[in-house]
Design a protein around this ligand. Structure first.
Ligand code: HEC
Length: 103
């Protein structure tokens, strides 16, 4: 008697989880090694509130990263270049500042 109900619940649960897997959160933004590095490395000593309002090109971000190395950051040249490229793109001179409510 109850079997059709169980079958229905099982099916509904299955299709709900299949739907949920349609668009995993991690895939909404394309993989970006620069973003990953910045998230890891630039949060070791302070939050992003210290730099996220700055707008400058990749060279200037590179200089910022080397200033951070003088403060104790230990990164390879490649890591610095990858982070600077990401920061110069996402926090470059032409990128509008975030409005307070967007943070
Ligand atoms: C080893 C610790 C450390 C790490 C890692 C670090 N910072 Fe800093 N950062 C500091 C310290 C210390 C200050 C100075 C804070 C103050 O003056 O109150 C600072 C200040 C800053 C400033 C403002 C002063 C300046 O020189 O421009 C910016 C911008 C900044 N950090 C960006 C970054 C970015 C981008 C990263 C990742 C690439 C990063 N930080 C990683 C320690 C660090």
């Amino acid at each position: 008697m109850l079997r059709p109900l169980f079958a229905f619940i099982a099916l509904a649960t299955l299709s709900a989880s299949a739907l949920a897997q349609d668009k995993p959160l991690a895939q909404e933004k394309p993989a970006d090694p620069g973003r990953d590095l910045v998230m890891q490395k630039c949060a070791q000593c302070h939050t992003d509130s210290i730099w996220r309002d700055q707008r400058q090109n990749a060279n200037a971000w590179e200089a910022t990263a080397y200033r951070m190395m003088a403060r104790g950051g230990i990164w390879t040249t490649d890591e610095v270049k990858t982070m600077a490229a990401f920061l110069g793109r996402e926090f470059g001179p032409d990128v509008p500042r975030a409005k307070p409510q967007q943070r």
